[in-house]
Design a protein around this ligand. Structure first.
Ligand code: NAD
Length: 175
């Protein structure tokens, strides 16, 4: 059986990793959609789809999850929510089960007849992209919220200086 998880993963954090491990206890293969793939270089979506794919594949390797157990697929957003499930189906291998904590994602797949499960949230107050990005901007400790290999990717791509530069730019754009 194959399951689907889709997320923006800005950036990939421990919550994503825990939920992927949990899904793989239930299905043989998981399809991980990197959502909003067209977005990057904003405070809310600082990382490109390629960078997020790199974070994810390194984090899964670091945790001993074999590449034969997952597919990582970038997925751009589309205007029409009512067509989004068909858009996902066009881009991914077939799947039977959807895992999501996002109410809109749950709604769209349920309406098309998919079995949708809300996986348990792990430390959601801190394992959240919003919290990681907030800490990055505030010079607070953010690295323990991410798999070690993701921290290395963020250093490699100079992610902290990028997000700080974007924050300065967004402030100056509003003046
Ligand atoms: P996200 O990265 O916030 O979360 C993805 C999933 O990871 C969640 O559903 C949840 O199951 C899991 N997760 C996150 N933190 C966790 C934690 N601490 N513990 C356990 N699990 C945790 O991404 P998201 O915002 O849900 O992504 C949905 C994507 O789907 C977006 O890119 C959105 O644009 C896209 N989308 C697009 C359309 C469209 O194009 N019309 C419609 C619907 C959704």
């Amino acid at each position: 059986m194959r399951g689907l998880l889709v997320g923006r993963m800005q950036p990939v954090h421990q919550g994503h990793l825990q939920v992927i491990k949990r899904i793989l206890e239930e299905v043989e293969e998981v399809i991980i959609g990197i959502g909003s793939a067209q977005l990057s270089h904003t405070i809310k979506d600082p990382f490109t789809a390629g960078e997020r794919m790199m974070m994810l594949s390194k984090a899964l390797a670091e945790n001993g999850i074999p590449a034969s157990n997952y597919y990582i697929i970038p997925v751009q957003d589309i205007e029409c929510n009512s067509l989004w499930v068909a858009h996902m189906e066009m881009l991914t291998p077939p799947f039977e089960h959807v895992y999501s904590g996002n109410p809109l994602v749950q709604r769209l797949f349920t309406e098309k007849g998919y079995q949708v499960t809300q996986p348990p949230l792990f430390n959601r107050e801190i394992y959240s992209g919003t919290e990681v990005r907030r800490r990055m901007l505030a010079d607070e400790k953010w690295d323990q919220l991410l798999p070690e290999s993701v921290v290395e990717v963020i250093h490699e791509i100079k992610g902290i200086s990028r997000i700080k530069h974007l924050a300065r730019k967004e402030v100056s754009d509003t003046k």
